[in-house]
Each structure stands twice: as C-alpha cells, then as structure tokens.
Design a protein around this ligand. Structure first.
Ligand SMILES: NC(=O)c1ccc[n+]([C@@H]2O[C@H](COP(=O)([O-])OP(=O)(O)OC[C@H]3O[C@@H](n4cnc5c(N)ncnc54)[C@H](O)[C@@H]3O)[C@@H](O)[C@H]2O)c1
Length: 291
C-alpha cells in the first residue's frame, strides 16, 4: 500500500517543512497543531518557501496546487484518513508519548506511526502503542526542503516491512534514506556531527580559535557549506544541547558532555537564528550581522 495521505502532528519548523515536501511530491497532508496560531505561522512559511522554489525554477506546479494539498486541523478527528502519521512536536518524552497513545487510537490499524525525534528512543514511543512493529523514526534534517538525507530508524520492535515502507516513502519525496538499525540517541549522523561541534566549542572556550575563524576554516578546508557554529545557530543551541544531554545521559561518553559555554548561552536565551542571537547576531530579516 503506497503512502498517499499523511497526518502530521506539529506545524513548527520541522513539521511545516515535512508538510511542504510531502505536498510538493503529490501527497495529501493533514497538518495538526494545538491551536490555529502555529498552524498559520507554519502555512505562511510553507507558502514563502514554495515561492522560492518556483522562482528558482525547481518546481513546475503552481503554488495554489501545492498548497491545496495541505489541510489543517487542531484535533485528531481526521487522523483515521492517513496511511502514515508523523509526530513532529517539542523534544519532550511525555508530550511525544501521549501523542503516540492518541495516534494509536485514532489511526487505521495498518497505518505507520513515525517520529522525527532527534534523540528520544523510538522503542519508548512504540511502547505506547499496540503496533510497535509499525513504529519507526523518520529523522529529517533542517531545513527540510533543502536537505537530502533522512535517517530511517529501527526501534526494537520495528518490522523490516515497516523499514522498507519508510525507505520507499523517503524516496518518493525525492530524498535519500539512510538506514539506522538501532535507535541509539543521536542515531548515526548527529552522533558524528555533535562530536566535532563539541570539540569546536571547547577550542573556543580554551581561546585556541575564534568562532568565525573556525567556521571559515571548516568551510574552506573540508568543502562544507557551513561551519559548526553556523550550523549550530541554524539548528538551535537548545536543540543541540538537548541532543547532547540525551546522548551523554545514555552513554556516559564524555565526548558528548555539553560544554559550559553552550550551557550558558542556552540559559541566556541565545538560541541561534530563532532568537536573533547565538554564536552570531542576526538582523530581523535573518541576515547575519557583519557577514
Ligand atoms: N530544529 C531542528 O533542526 C531539528 C532537526 C531534526 C529534528 N528535529 C526534531 O523535530 C521535532 C520538532 O522540532 P522543531 O524544531 O520543529 O520544533 P518547533 O518548536 O519549531 O515546533 C514544534 C511544534 O509542535 C507543536 N506542538 C507541541 N505540542 C503539541 C501537541 N500536543 N499537539 C500538536 N502540536 C504540538 C508546537 O505548537 C509547535 O508548533 C523535535 O523532536 C526535534 O528534536 C529538529
């Protein structure tokens, strides 16, 4: 059964991005959030991003046709129409577990249930349902419309058929699935990336290098589009801090111990682009000051 209708819980940064790429691929979307305000914000972001793709000649359909594939709702009354639900809410275990319990009740018995979590074990979300074999992780990267890789994550009870359907679905979105065979916190790619982020922050703490110099060096020496601090501001310092804490708590591996400078910036509300200040400062239109 192909996945042609999807229920997305959470219309924030990632949920709206996932809704957009689904709609661009011809999939019908029902986008849910707790109230109309985050939904309106999410829909505005989607319309802006779709326009950008059309301007660049990367989409051939009209904006209205793509947007018409996304319907919005503030309850779970239409979750039963979907072949798959994706949970994309705050990185809080109790909130996500409650959503999985509700989705299990509301969705068709053969529907897949996925989470976009960065660090919470899929197994602990699946345990809230009567269908752990149909629960998987679909870990998109930010910004969703631009990033090609999506981790397809197996929980302890996830069936191979579910993994395969998840991989096919990601392929249908024009993205590349990366198989992750165990739901360890951070999965594959964040574990690799976070080690170098922590090391970059420690080098700044020790006065060995400056933020802008390290970013420039990493871009030029390793052929990356962004350095660790530029990426950190885009992702959100709080998001990386949460992921590091989760990985450290499970593994007790010091490579993931959140550096003090990161902790202090999160406490000060310097969370990156979304607050106008993180490792760099940003103007209201999102341009990096002094860049
Ligand atoms: N930000 C990133 O770069 C990134 C990258 C990969 C994965 N993730 C993961 O994606 C998830 C969402 O992150 P985000 O950055 O989009 O967060 P966000 O804060 O932008 O959006 C979260 C949305 O969830 C909604 N929400 C909260 N509780 C809800 C509920 N009970 N029912 C319906 N909606 C609810 C909020 O109103 C908000 O609109 C997290 O698990 C995060 O770890 C984030």
């Amino acid at each position: 059964m192909s996945i042609d209708r999807i229920f997305i819980v959470g219309a924030g940064l990632m949920g709206s991005g996932i809704a957009q790429v689904c709609a661009q691929s011809g999939i019908q979307v029902i986008l849910n959030d707790i109230s109309q305000e985050p939904i309106d914000k999410g829909m505005k972001n989607i319309a802006w991003s779709v326009d950008k793709f059309i301007e660049k000649g990367k989409l051939s359909e009209d904006r209205e046709i793509i947007m018409a594939r996304i319907e919005t709702i503030t309850d779970f009354s239409r979750a039963s129409e979907a072949n798959m639900a994706i949970e994309v809410v705050f990185e809080k275990m109790d909130v996500k577990q409650e959503i999985f319990r509700k989705l299990d009740e509301a969705c068709k018995p053969d529907a897949l249930l996925a989470s976009n979590t960065s660090a919470i074990p899929i197994t602990e979300l699946a345990a809230m349902t009567k269908r752990p074999e149909k629960v998987l992780g679909l870990h998109f990267f930010n910004p969703v419309p631009m990033m090609q890789a999506v981790e397809v994550v197996r929980g302890v009870g996830t069936a191979e058929e579910t993994m395969q359907r998840g991989m096919d679905f990601i392929g249908r979105l024009g993205k590349e699935p990366i198989r992750v065979e165990s739901d360890v916190p951070g999965f594959l790619l964040n574990r690799i990336n976070l080690v170098s982020y922590v090391e970059a922050i420690r080098l700044v703490e020790q006065g060995i290098g400056a933020v802008a110099d390290i970013d420039k060096g990493v871009r030029l020496a390793f052929g990356r589009r962004m350095g660790p601090f530029e990426t950190g501001d885009l992702v959100g310092l709080d998001v990386s801090y949460g992921a590091l804490t989760a990985i450290y708590e499970e593994s007790k591996d010091m490579r993931y111990y959140p550096p003090q400078l990161l902790r202090r910036k999160v406490k000060a509300g310097q969370l990156g682009r979304k607050t106008g200040r993180g490792w760099y400062e940003y103007t209201d239109d999102g341009t990096q000051k002094g860049a």
